[in-house]
Design a protein around this ligand. Structure first.
Ligand SMILES: Cc1cc2nc3c(=O)[nH]c(=O)nc-3n(C[C@H](O)[C@H](O)[C@H](O)COP(=O)(O)OP(=O)(O)OC[C@H]3O[C@@H](n4cnc5c(N)ncnc54)[C@H](O)[C@@H]3O)c2cc1C
Length: 473
């Protein structure tokens, strides 16, 4: 949708919409709008929203979409705004449609191992709600305590345990979504199997608010996860740690979590908190197995053997849940640790999300090293290494135009290298605004055509999250 297509929406029209919503749901207070106009990404435009609606029901979401269609007004769906690609950022003339108040658990169906929730519920709150039932919803993005289930679905969020348990998509049975014209529809049956018609449910998962708004979801659950055994291995350099991952997976390793932190990340984490990590190490792997004790112990030994062969400095493991929780808590602190480092080095951080075949990660790392050398910029790497999903962060002085330009070049080059190695520009964070210009590089002509056709069919006025994901196709 271009600016010319938009009809002007003024105070009178917004008052008319406000009257159709619950009291206080709509605000035009510029400060409140400003405070809700961005997610966690840097370097993405956020200006221009004209109103914020904090919806309390599917009916209110429908009202907003009917109004938006009538007035050709852009709408930016928002969950908890923990995204890191600018997908939930404001855009000119848009209504920010935030569903974080819709956070009820509608029902738990123990017999079918299903839970139905509203989209605004925070992932960890859902996990906590399910624990007394002995049930578990595995997907666990690093932002598990911050992000909403609706946002997780809209980005098909991954996380730490995907290497064994898969991503958000693998747990979605059924979605209720509001379409651009305000129609409420149910996508997918709640049954374990179902092939009636085209699979619209999966089309909406990962669509980043560009096709409709998720207002309810039924998720598949599994029995509560057992306490894991956790191994920690340190290495003299990055490559030996990454080679361990490739070799361990190649011999049939079955971790429930396999995370990589490079030497820079270890130093930044230790500077952020007292985690007791070996900041002299060149890299570290955290590996978990959550099978029965005998099998878990055997897997730990296999891992230690491979790590040893690759030159590990030290490998230790524990079956104490407190140790495991402390290590994972430290791993989850990496983004605040990066932010602390960035703040004392000019404030700039660009975070990539390139996923490559696991075996290509060591080569990918060599490219990062070369980029670091040629650009002179600090690049730190954490990775959901068992999946080949890497998160290189490029740090720079945000006040120095030359460094900003260089960082943007490096950020783009990382995506180019990822594609060259058979990977994708985004494994889990989504395209949003930040990577939209790179989407055409990844998709072939046929795929681009299909995506544009789907978008036009479902959102003919182009009012759903314009300027984001599909904008450059
Ligand atoms: C510290 C940190 C660690 C992170 N770690 C991970 C990780 O390990 N794995 C991972 O995948 N991500 C990670 N993320 C990114 C982010 O948390 C996820 O993308 C998350 O799924 C976003 O959820 P949200 O509720 O915050 O959505 P938002 O940021 O509000 O929105 C994200 C996108 O979804 C759309 N959207 C939101 N809600 C809806 C809805 N109900 N209907 C339709 N569209 C909607 C928005 O328009 C936007 O395009 C991390 C972020 C942070 C800050």
């Amino acid at each position: 949708m271009t600016a010319q297509d938009q009809l002007t929406v003024g105070t009178a029209e917004l008052e008319e919409l406000a009257a159709r919503l619950s009291p206080g749901a709509l605000t035009t207070d510029p400060d409140v709008i400003d405070a809700h106009s961005s997610d966690e990404a840097l370097f993405c435009p956020r200006e221009g929203a004209i109103a914020l609606v904090r919806a309390t029901s599917a009916e209110e979401v429908q009202e907003v979409m009917r109004f938006a269609t009538e007035h050709r007004t852009p709408v930016v769906p928002q969950g908890a705004r923990s995204g890191i690609s600018g997908g939930a950022n404001g855009s000119p003339g848009a209504i920010l449609l935030n569903v974080s108040k819709m956070k009820d658990v509608v029902r738990v169906n123990e017999a079918e191992r299903l839970v139905t929730v509203q989209p605004g519920i925070i992932n960890q709150d859902l996990k906590d709600h399910l624990a007394p039932f002995g049930l578990s919803y595995p997907p666990d993005p690093g932002s598990v305590a911050l992000s909403s289930i609706g946002g997780n679905i809209a980005t098909n969020a991954g996380g730490l345990c995907c290497v064994k348990y898969g991503v958000t998509r693998d747990y979605v049975r059924s979605l209720k979504v509001v379409l651009a014209d305000g129609t409420l529809t149910t996508l997918g049956p709640e049954t374990a199997k179902g092939v009636a018609g085209l699979d619209m449910r999966h089309l909406f998962i990962g669509s980043e608010g560009t096709l409709g708004i998720v207002v309810e979801v039924t998720l598949r659950l599994i029995p509560a996860l057992p306490d894991p055994f956790t191994a920690i291995a340190t290495f003299p350099d990055e490559r030996s740690g990454l080679q361990t991952v490739a070799d361990f997976m190649a011999i049939g390793g079955e971790p429930s979590l396999l995370e990589f932190l490079d030497g820079s990340s270890l130093k930044m984490l230790n500077a952020y908190g007292d985690f007791g990590l070996d900041s002299d190490a060149g890299s570290m792997l955290i590996m978990q197995v959550d099978r029965n004790p005998a099998d878990s112990e055997a897997e730990m030994s296999r891992f230690a053997e491979v790590a040893g062969r690759c030159g590990a400095l030290d490998v230790a493991y524990s079956d104490d849940p407190t140790d495991s929780a402390a290590l994972i808590a430290a791993r989850r602190m990496i983004q605040p640790a990066y932010e602390k480092f960035a703040h004392s080095h000019g404030g700039g951080q660009l975070l990539d999300d390139v996923c490559v075949p696991r075996t290509a990660v060591p080569e990918f790392y060599d490219h990062l090293k070369r980029l670091q050398k040629s650009s002179g910029l600090e690049i730190a790497l954490v990775a959901h290494a068992g999946d080949g999903n890497t998160h290189p962060s490029v740090f720079f002085d945000a006040g120095d135009a030359e460094e900003v330009a260089m960082a943007e070049e490096v950020f783009a080059e990382i995506m180019r290298v990822g594609l060259e190695l058979g990977g994708t520009i985004t494994g889990e964070h989504g395209v949003g605004y930040l990577k939209k210009d790179w989407l055409p590089h990844e998709l072939d002509e046929g795929s681009r055509r299909i995506q544009v056709a789907v978008k036009n069919a479902l959102d003919p006025l182009g009012i759903l999250n314009p300027g984001k994901m599909l904008d450059a196709l």
